[in-house]
Design a protein around this ligand. Structure first.
Ligand SMILES: Cc1cc2nc3c(=O)[nH]c(=O)nc-3n(C[C@H](O)[C@H](O)[C@H](O)COP(=O)(O)OP(=O)(O)OC[C@H]3O[C@@H](n4cnc5c(N)ncnc54)[C@H](O)[C@@H]3O)c2cc1C
Length: 314
């Protein structure tokens, strides 16, 4: 979102991404013949700015309204609270890929450090390539951003280090299960139980992103994820599959499963403004969902705010 706004304002922008595609925690992964959103499951709209953007995505057919409420685990019809939740056509990775299409994006490129040398930023990749720039917007989860700067020997003011180190995230263990039967999740195919060890279960076939292949996405709560983080994948998957038995038809077989580990899933202690421009003499702005909004909308608004902060200074 930051890069799109900067490009629209006429700046030359390179986006550097360690994964094979754009999106980060907007992530859709294959399992057997199916697909599943493994990170963000849906998004909401609370501000007018994001409303306008989402309306354009709706008009383009990139996203659709999935639901207006979730089952709390009951097999009865899900309640309608009148508040739309949106999903992306083909999964969230498809939306991210579409938004990144016009950008100069370098995927499968992991940065190892960011340094400030002779009045310019240098972002160094693991394979030894380097980008030079007048400004950096840094958007990984904040502990990872701070590590990149430390490895580049960038010295942030002490008060900034303290503030940024106080941003904390909760982990999430995410199990994906391809089954040969039907899920019993009531329409539109998901349940949400924030206080329980299994906090989310969704059926990606019912959601519309995995037609004909029933892949379930299962999220463990922050506490349950923390407790089981050290367990091996097979043990976590066994536990999860046992827990979701009430929402799967009896006699259903398990075809395949995989575990995704999100160490920095959602920020729990956030910074109260939409971005964090550093007082470092080089132009450096921290952004992402830890800045004023621990969800998809917050990350988008943060990206725009960071772009505006850069535009104002260049
Ligand atoms: C399991 C889970 C469930 C969620 N559910 C919801 C939900 O239902 N609704 C909702 O609104 N939000 C949800 N969220 C939160 C939402 O996904 C995030 O708030 C949002 O996607 C964060 O976007 P971001 O751009 O700030 O960070 P990220 O998406 O994390 O982007 C950071 C990017 O930096 C890249 N990166 C990191 N280090 C490097 C490096 N060294 N070199 C190059 N690239 C690097 C990463 O690969 C990543 O692409 C969920 C998140 C998770 C994990």
């Amino acid at each position: 979102m930051a890069a799109r706004r900067l490009c629209a304002a006429g700046f030359q922008v390179a986006v550097v991404e360690k994964c094979s595609g754009a999106g980060g925690r907007l992530s859709t992964v294959p399992l057997g013949s199916g697909l599943a959103d493994s990170g963000a499951q849906f998004f909401t709209v609370r501000t007018l700015e994001f409303r306008r953007e989402v309306d354009s995505w709706l008009a383009e057919g990139l996203v659709y309204e999935w639901s207006r409420g979730w089952s709390d685990g009951s097999l009865l019809v899900s309640p309608d609270d009148g508040f739309p939740r949106y999903a992306a056509k083909g999964g969230f990775s498809a939306l991210a890929g579409r938004l990144a299409k016009q950008l100069d994006i370098h995927c499968s490129t992991r940065l190892s450090s960011i340094s400030y040398v002779n009045g310019e930023w240098r972002a160094l990749t693991e394979s030894g390539d380097a980008w030079r720039s007048r400004a950096v917007i840094i958007t990984p989860p904040v502990p990872q951003s701070l590590r990149l700067l430390e490895d580049g020997e960038v010295c942030l003011p002490e008060n900034e280090r303290v503030t940024l180190r106080s941003i904390r995230y909760a982990p999430c263990l995410c199990g994906l299960f391809l089954i040969d039967g039907r899920s019993r999740l009531p329409r539109p195919g998901a349940l949400q139980r924030p206080g329980e060890a299994i906090s989310w279960v969704s059926d990606n076939d019912a959601k519309g992103i995995s037609p004909g292949a029933r892949v379930l996405t299962v999220h463990a709560s922050p506490v349950a994820s923390d407790e089981r983080w050290a367990s091996d994948d097979a043990a976590v998957l066994r536990w999860m599959y046992g827990e979701i038995a009430p929402w799967i038809d009896t006699g259903t077989g398990l075809i395949a499963s995989r575990l995704e580990r999100w160490q920095y899933a959602v920020p729990v202690d956030i910074y109260p403004d939409r971005c964090f421009p550093s007082a470092h003499k080089g132009l450096l702005v921290f952004a992402g969902d830890a800045f004023d909004g621990p969800r998809v909308e917050g990350a988008a608004l943060s990206g725009w705010a960071a772009a505006e902060a850069v535009i104002a200074r260049l």
